[in-house]
Ligand binder design. Structure first.
Ligand code: HPA
Length: 272
């Protein structure tokens, strides 16, 4: 960690207060960062190596709406073969850099029938069906407790702040429960019916490990899903990664607007 922080601080003196993780097809926000210092993950000691060709990923530090932020453009997934500790290492780095609030984004399949592709959903809670937990193994008591509470894993005040930002921008928002599956195959129609019966509204292959680690180290955390497709078996056509990326691209403008509004609200809150 010492080496990681030295490398990042050797590139920029920015002390970020907010962290943002951009999911599949949602990387565009990083382009809005002012005076960005962009560090490829491959140049950061301790960061895993991405296995997805062309998606190396980078850490972008700079100002958004006048708020010092650190943005992850690309994340590490369980389905790539990364172990859970590697997946959440960047979250611990953000906390060590001084980040207080963490906002995660992802692309997700709509399980709830009131959702449609292009909708945005604030995650109120999750169901972890991926069989991964980044806290398995020895616990570092200085980072957080052995048995962290997840009752308010998606911070209620932070969610209210997102709702308020969306209202001001007239961006409709859904709220719901996100189920994490391991992937990389999409779910079967029977699995989607099971998830709906369990109370899930959206399904994806990320975010949950990061949320657990962020709560463990005391970050106020929130997450927003971009519904990129209806989950398996709802519509007659098969699911493709292309549909996920294309819908992400269509929602990009709305999503970027909302994220900027949220960061602006964080800035106001910090200065009041
Ligand atoms: N299932 C799982 N992960 C996803 C989906 C889906 O339908 N869409 C985007 N990420």
């Amino acid at each position: 960690m010492k080496e990681t922080l030295e490398t990042i601080r050797g590139r920029t003196r920015i002390e970020p207060v907010a962290g943002i993780v951009l999911g599949s097809g949602l990387g565009g926000l990083a382009e809005a960062v002012q005076e960005p210092v962009s560090i490829p993950y491959t140049e950061i000691p301790g960061f895993a190596r991405s296995t997805v060709a062309g998606h190396a990923g980078r850490l972008v530090l700079g100002a958004l709406e006048g708020v010092h932020c650190v943005v992850m453009q690309g994340r590490f997934h369980h389905y790539e073969g990364h172990n859970a500790r590697d997946i959440v290492y960047p979250i611990r780095v953000m906390a060590a850099l001084g980040v207080r609030r963490l906002l995660l984004t992802n692309a997700a399949g709509g399980v709830g029938l009131s959702l449609k592709p292009g909708d945005l959903m604030v995650i109120d809670d999750h169901i972890n069906l991926a069989g991964v937990n980044p806290l398995i193994g020895p616990n570092d008591e200085e980072t957080g407790p052995r048995f962290p509470d997840l009752t308010n894993a998606y911070d209620a005040d932070f969610r209210a702040l997102i709702d308020e930002a969306a209202r001001e921008l007239c961006i409709p928002l859904h709220h719901g429960v996100y189920a994490m599956m391991s992937g990389p195959s999409f779910e079967t129609p029977a699995e989607i019916r099971m998830l709906r019966a369990l109370g899930a509204d959206a399904v994806g292959m990320s975010t949950v490990p990061e949320v657990i680690a962020a709560n463990h180290c005391g970050l106020a955390t929130a997450a927003i899903s971009c519904i990129t497709n209806m989950a398996a078996g709802i519509l007659p056509h098969p699911l493709t990664h292309r549909e996920v990326m294309e819908t992400g691209e269509l929602a990009r403008e709305k999503f970027t607007l909302l994220l900027r509004g949220v960061v602006r609200a964080i800035g106001k809150e910090l200065s009041s």
